[in-house]
Write a protein that binds this ligand. Structure first.
Ligand code: FAD
Length: 381
């Protein structure tokens, strides 16, 4: 079925992104996988092209168009070339709304121009060694001392953790107040007492820096708090998590489509018993089932994108999109890998890398079990 989500301007943007990736990313990505990180320089090049300007008002160097379809185009194109090291979706899809909607004019002035130019790389730090799904169980504290908060604690698994210049840190400003005692603070590179741990070794996403962060009596100015009051952090997170989950779903569908496409091609050319493996009924049935499910997923996710643009995407809609598409992605890639036979197990075949890179999708952004909890709770049992 024809996809009718995009207008002419999105297609032009898609061409710009494609050219950028072909020129600045694809030739270097294998090396970045060995390095375990993407150089900061590529962020600046992306910034120069306006790839981080999407939703930022013009007065701060942005293009002033809040339309998630552009975000989706960028995410899809990055997936299409397997550039899993670029943490751009974290910057554009996840962090941007916090810096746009929860900041005052002075903060916007300080952070948004660098956000757009790619000079200020961002991250968001919720997860701790002892608390992931159970966000209210975090132990990082930020205790007010005059014009500052004194921040102590540790975060882990933070995407862009090594490269990040601005980190939105989830901390307890009132440890006795439960969800109402949580506040978001922006910690900046170079603040005394803020250090980074290891660039963690992962089974996939090898070019993406995922790190531990440590805060030892970091004095964070009150001027770096997101929102006019303390204790709003939990609500702020709940408001923004649907967009993060939609971003993951967009990537899931794009990854499924890519792998399906390459597998159909593989099955056309690979011979066994004197015929193409695509001529076996099992191969055709597997591919037929996957193609059907991926197309259904595509239409649901496109509908979610429209809903987000209209300000109508609910937490339940986004949870449905996230769990279903990422489970589907894992299934599609696993079955497609099987159809590649032994070659599917070889890292030189993109399906093998897609399998390793994709596994995390059902885990981060809230595990798929937590997504089902969100949906299940909506029944009001
Ligand atoms: C590559 C990568 C990048 C990441 N990037 C970031 C980032 O940028 N910022 C950030 O803050 N975090 C990030 N994370 C962390 C990620 O969001 C967490 O790993 C995730 O939320 C799960 O938390 P956990 O690892 O503590 O698992 P746990 O919460 O310990 O869960 C373990 C298992 O128990 C299940 N479980 C837990 N509670 C329930 C329940 N109530 N009902 C049913 N089952 C349950 C879970 O579903 C899971 O299967 C990243 C993780 C990875 C791997």
């Amino acid at each position: 079925m024809q996809r009718d989500l995009f207008e002419e301007e999105h297609l032009l943007f898609r061409n710009t992104v494609r050219e950028f990736l072909a020129r600045e990313v694809v030739p270097h990505h294998a090396q970045w996988e060995k390095d375990g990180i993407v150089p900061r320089d590529v962020w600046k090049k992306a910034g120069e092209l306006g790839l981080f300007a999407l939703s930022v008002p013009e007065q701060y160097g942005g293009s002033g168009i809040r339309d998630f379809r552009y975000n989706a185009v960028l995410d899809e194109e990055i997936i299409r070339v397997g550039a899993s090291g670029l943490g751009f979706s974290l910057h554009n899809d996840v962090v941007a709304p916090y810096l746009l909607d929860l900041t005052n004019d002075e903060q916007k002035e300080r952070w948004l121009p660098g956000f757009v130019s790619g000079e200020l790389i961002t991250a968001i730090a919720m997860t701790e060694p002892g608390a992931g799904s159970d966000l209210q169980g975090i132990r990082t504290t930020a205790i007010r001392d005059g014009d500052h908060y004194v921040l102590n604690g540790q975060k882990t698994f933070i995407t862009n953790g090594i490269n990040a210049d601005l980190v939105i840190v989830v901390a307890k400003t009132d440890p006795s107040a439960g969800a109402r005692g949580i506040t978001l603070l922006v910690v900046e590179r170079g603040m005394e007492g803020f250090t980074r741990g290891r660039n963690l070794e992962k089974i996939g996403l090898h070019a993406q820096d995922t790190a531990e962060l440590f805060f030892d009596n970091v004095r964070v100015p009150v001027a770096n708090r997101l929102g006019p009051e303390e204790g709003q952090g939990f609500i702020q997170l709940m408001q923004n998590l649907p967009q993060e989950r939609l971003s993951i779903a967009v990537a899931a569908v794009a990854a499924s489509e890519r792998v399906l496409e390459m597998t159909i091609e593989y099955c056309r050319n690979r011979k066994a018993f004197g015929r193409s493996i695509g001529s076996f009924q099992n191969t055709r049935f597997v591919l037929a089932e996957l193609a059907t499910e991926v197309e259904i997923a595509r239409h649901y996710v496109d509908k979610c994108i429209r809903a987000l643009n209209a300000g109508e995407l609910t937490a339940v809609d986004a949870a449905k999109a996230k769990w279903w598409t990422t489970d589907l992605q894992n299934k599609v890639i696993d079955r497609c890998l099987q159809l590649h036979g032994g070659y599917g197990y070889m890292l030189e075949y993109p399906v093998a890398k897609a399998w390793l890179d994709g596994r995390v999708q059902s885990i981060y952004g809230g595990t798929n079990e937590i997504m089902k909890e969100i949906i299940g709770r909506s029944f009001g049992f």
